[in-house]
Design a protein. Structure first.
Length: 66
């Protein structure tokens, strides 16, 4: 059976503590960019499409049944 591997050995194998901190910071920056810029643009585009459909439905002539 293989000898147990400690957490610190794993961290050293992945590049050390500084590399791990860099990865965490890069992921945090990517998350902030995604939440603040990418997702709101998608929501705005979706809202514009919904409003366009609502306006089209309002402008459509209605047929009244007696």
């Amino acid at each position: 059976m293989a000898p147990p591997v400690t957490f610190m050995e794993t961290v050293e194998h992945l590049g050390g503590g500084l590399a791990m901190v860099g990865v965490v910071l890069a992921l945090a920056v990517a998350y902030v960019l995604l939440v603040n810029f990418a997702l709101p643009r998608g929501r705005l585009a979706q809202a514009e499409r919904v409003n366009k459909l609502r306006r089209a439905a309002k402008d459509k002539p209605r047929r009244y049944v007696d």
